[in-house]
Design a protein around this ligand. Structure first.
Ligand code: PXP
Length: 238
């Protein structure tokens, strides 16, 4: 099965914000990313707007032709955005507002009935809901109980061990993905995936539905150019 590539464009906004103008132009780059074959665009608006701004989220929603994935912690501000835009996919992450980047997925101790009813309200808008989780069977059971469509496996731990001990850590991701598939939940993955560690992950998880990649892909495009970089990632996801 082909795995879809959603490009997280936060880093493009970070670069633009460094100078305060509109270079690079994120809207033009979203169009290019789609024209080079990406299957989706991801944004993660944070309250301090240090990369993607609220305005960006709305501006991108007007041009995006592929699947729009908006991720974030489900506070009131985030839910208002989701309500307005009704993107194809909403990925819920457990981040505290001050973290530099998502550094873990949901754990059992984070979940409560509020999250369950939020998930239901997002699903009623017609958006697919994905829960960014630590790779564990018990989190899949929560995902089932909470009736999410997809889970996104946090791959930071995998990426850290890749090159050293990937055969050991991959077993956990495989068993969790198989269990999710058996129970009708689609499997996404993301965080610190790159051209080095992606192929092994993809080959190990045959039912991998989508990866969301930002940091490494934008860094690679400084070397190879955006078009060639996206094609290299797509090649690995075939
Ligand atoms: N998935 C989620 C839920 C994230 O929060 C992030 C980072 O914003 C990513 C994927 C992409 O991670 P990276 O930038 O390391 O590719």
């Amino acid at each position: 099965m082909k795995t879809r590539l959603s490009v997280n464009v936060n880093k493009i906004a970070t670069l633009r914000n460094a100078r305060g103008g509109n270079n690079p132009n994120i809207i033009e780059l979203v169009k290019k990313i789609e024209s080079y074959g990406a299957d989706g665009i991801t944004v993660h608006p944070r309250t301090d707007e240090r990369h993607i701004t609220l305005q960006d989220v709305y501006d991108i929603s007007k041009v995006v032709k592929t699947d729009y994935n908006i991720e974030g912690y489900p506070d009131v501000r985030f839910l208002n955005i989701i309500n307005d835009i009704k993107p194809e996919q909403v990925t819920l992450v457990p981040d505290a507002p001050d973290v530099i980047t998502s550094n873990r997925g949901w754990k059992e101790s984070d979940l409560n009935m509020d999250i369950k009813s939020i998930i239901l309200s997002i699903k009623r808008l017609g958006s697919k809901v994905s829960l960014f989780i630590e790779p564990s069977i018990s989190m899949i059971n929560f995902a089932l109980d909470y009736d999410v469509d997809r889970i996104e496996l946090y791959t930071g731990d995998y990426a850290r061990l890749y090159g050293d001990n990937e055969n050991k850590i991959i077993d956990k991701y495989i068993s969790v993905s198989e269990y999710a598939q058996k129970n009708g939940i689609e499997v996404n993955a993301g965080h610190d995936l790159d051209l080095e560690n992606l192929l092994f992950f993809k080959r190990s998880i045959p039912n991998l539905y989508e990866v969301s990649i930002g940091h490494a892909l934008i860094c690679d495009s400084l070397i190879y150019g955006l078009e060639k970089t996206i094609k290299r990632y797509l090649e690995q996801l075939k």
